[in-house]
Design a protein around this ligand. Structure first.
Ligand code: FAD
Length: 441
């Protein structure tokens, strides 16, 4: 890899960026910043292609604080795109994917020129023992065990490693933390431990293709259309995610008043009032669980009947703490000055609009497995969860699955980690059996 990203400081910004004849890309980076480290090689390889037409600079944020403040750069990394001294398009921050950078670069050049320069780079080959797709607690635990067993282990994630737990405010049921800890803190420790064990992480990448081998026992994953990784064992750990309502305020207050996990967050609402959205099995079961803590629960449901099993319905409906608002859907989530969540609901039959207030909101409208990149030949159930045996093996040799993407009954960080341990040990045994077979020939 070349050194196509030139370092500049605040004094050079005017001349090199604002007065530049060429379009400019500026990367504000910091040290001890994993997404900055993940971005640098990607940006360098893009700069290699486009440096004849676009200038690429990096600015060390800690030493150029005034400039960063003046430009409103408040997180690292932040990528800015300039043309004729003016900032173009939106800024990119956090775990930045290569594909997204290309989309922004395409706006800086005439399309013919962009296409001419955007030639396919030569593919890079990486050989591993285990490829793990997904860096949540399942994938990272598998990586820890595999790396400690001296297997060449590569973890690939479309974002920064950490998974759903990283976006969870507090986690208090993962053993060994001593006290409730921030989700991102737990996952930061997990990723650090995995790196120290010798695994390689490829964060913020796009998976171009996954091919399961039926001939030579070498599965293949291509990332960013550029790096071909092959290994005899592959572990899918892509997780699942709660379905979103896609209502105003939902994303903003996710983890800050809106929760999707009663087991995880119910205990924070002792003697508090809650709103639950949903009326299916999970909403009813989880509401029953929440009655252990909350003083009052208002269930908002879009129909005039619940869709859960009869016993659960009866338990819920007979609980004095529970009241149900039928035929209604949420339209907006807001937080009032006293920290309460205000939910605007609309009656779908009368169109009447009301606002209800509570200490917290739980949304239970189902989960979606992240299985798009998992080849169809790997068996799954009707909801898309991957089938496995108790050793995390799928229907194909050398292919394992762990965590929330598996068909299972309890989806928690600890059960994902447990799956990860089992899959890694089984992968190790599988690889050993391949070696033994080879040696016996
Ligand atoms: C709001 C909330 C609070 C929670 N609180 C708790 C709690 O307190 N305690 C607890 O034990 N559990 C909690 N959970 C559940 C817990 O987070 C999950 O059970 C656990 O994270 C599952 O781990 P996983 O490794 O299977 O998947 P995930 O954590 O979902 O991680 C999957 C990873 O795969 C990556 N990925 C997905 N698709 C692709 C792709 N195509 N290419 C590359 N990478 C991909 C994702 O970016 C992600 O990093 C909570 C869940 C939520 C939603």
């Amino acid at each position: 890899m070349g050194n196509y990203l030139k370092e500049i400081n605040a004094d050079q910004f005017e001349a090199e960026v604002l007065s530049s004849k060429k379009p400019v890309v500026v990367d504000f980076y910091s040290t001890e910043c994993p997404p900055c480290e993940a971005l640098a090689p990607k940006l360098d390889s893009i700069a290699e292609k486009f440096s004849s037409e676009i200038s690429f600079f990096k600015i060390f944020r800690q030493n150029n604080k005034e400039l960063a403040q003046k430009l409103g750069v408040s997180s690292s990394p932040t990528l800015l795109f300039y043309s004729d001294g003016k900032e173009m398009s939106e800024r990119l921050t956090g775990g930045i994917r290569k594909k997204t950078i290309y989309e922004h670069i395409a706006n800086l050049l005439p399309i013919e020129l962009f296409n001419k320069l955007n030639t396919h780079a030569e593919k890079i080959n990486r050989l591993a023992d285990v490829i793990i797709i997904g860096g949540g607690p399942g994938g990272l635990t598998a990586a820890l065990y595999a790396a400690q067993a001296k297997l060449k282990t590569i973890v690939i994630d479309q974002g920064m490693p950490g998974g759903q737990v990283s976006t969870t405010h507090m986690i208090s049921n993962y053993p060994g933390t001593g006290k409730p800890v921030h989700g991102y803190e737990l996952m930061h420790h997990m990723s650090t431990q995995v790196l120290e064990a010798g695994a390689v992480l490829f964060p913020a990448v796009d998976i171009t293709s996954v091919k399961i081998s039926h001939k030579n026992n070498m599965h293949e994953v291509i990332i960013d259309d550029e790096v071909i990784i092959t290994a005899p064992a592959i572990i899918f750990a892509t997780g699942a995610e709660p379905r979103l309502l896609n209502v105003a305020g939902e994303k903003e207050f996710k983890g800050k008043g809106i929760s999707y996990c009663a087991t995880c967050d119910g205990k924070y609402y002792e003697d508090k009032e809650l709103i639950v959205i949903g009326g299916g099995n999970s909403a009813v079961e989880e509401s029953i669980f929440l009655t252990r803590f909350a003083s009052k629960i208002t269930v908002i449901h879009q129909f005039d009947y619940l869709q859960a099993n009869k016993t659960a319905q009866e338990t819920l409906l007979n609980n004095e703490k529970v009241q149900i608002v039928w035929d209604s859907e949420p339209r907006k989530f807001e937080k009032s000055a006293d920290g309460k969540m205000a939910v605007t609901i609309e009656n779908v039959k009368t169109k009447e609009v009301n606002t209800i207030s509570s200490d917290g909101v739980f949304i239970f409208i189902g989960m979606s497995p992240n299985g798009k990149i998992i080849p169809e030949e790997i068996q799954r159930n009707q909801w898309g969860y991957i089938l496995s045996n108790s050793e995390m093996a799928t229907n194909l040799p050398g292919v394992y699955v762990v965590g929330d993407i598996r068909e299972k009954s309890i989806r928690q960080a600890i059960t994902a980690a447990s799956d990860g341990c089992i899959a890694a040990v089984q992968a190790e045994r599988y690889i050993e059996s391949l070696h033994n077979k080879k040696n016996a020939k």
